[in-house]
Design a protein around this ligand. Structure first.
Ligand code: ZN
Ligand code: ZN
Length: 154
């Protein structure tokens, strides 16, 4: 029992470190890739289970981008928004807040919280797209998965 508890603590610490170091919300699969070398035999199910517990205890927060797998970030971060690149599916943090959403609410409504996701093309993809467009090929052909692997058939 003690050993199992120890292993769980180590898993939790490693997963938390990956999330803290990422600087942007990370998906479970990406977390697994980054901790696998340190935690032999760790599976995706354990990563999901650990993340669920961490979220329940308020240490991490779920970041949901429609159509994407769930991502997680530290819950105690300062309020910020997210940017989702539609080409590489990477999610970035956008610091600050445009705020004043209460102004758009109908009378009698009370705002409690908000989330803003901006969609577009990140700097890296924008630069690549320009190069490809001048070469005459379509940027859409290169659709990457969230972990950055190319999905296009060879
Ligand atoms: Zn991108
Ligand atoms: Zn905001």
């Amino acid at each position: 029992m003690a050993r199992a508890g120890e292993r769980r603590t180590r898993q939790r610490e490693n997963i938390l470190r990956v999330i803290a170091d990422a600087g942007a919300p990370v998906a479970p699969r990406e977390i697994l890739t980054r901790v696998q070398s340190r935690l032999k035999g760790l599976g995706l199910a354990t990563v999901y289970r650990t993340l669920k517990l961490l979220a329940e205890s308020g240490v991490v927060r779920l970041v949901e981008i429609p159509g994407d797998p769930p991502r997680y970030e530290l819950a105690d971060k300062e309020h910020h928004h997210h940017f989702s690149c539609r080409l590489c599916a990477c999610v970035y943090e956008v610091p600050g807040c445009c705020g004043h959403f209460e102004e758009h609410l109908p009378a009698g409504f009370r705002l409690e919280s908000h989330e803003v996701i901006l969609f577009g093309i990140c700097q890296t993809c924008g630069a690549g797209r320009q190069a490809r467009e001048s070469a005459g090929s379509s940027a859409r052909a290169l659709k990457r998965t969230p972990s950055g692997r190319a999905k296009a058939r060879r």
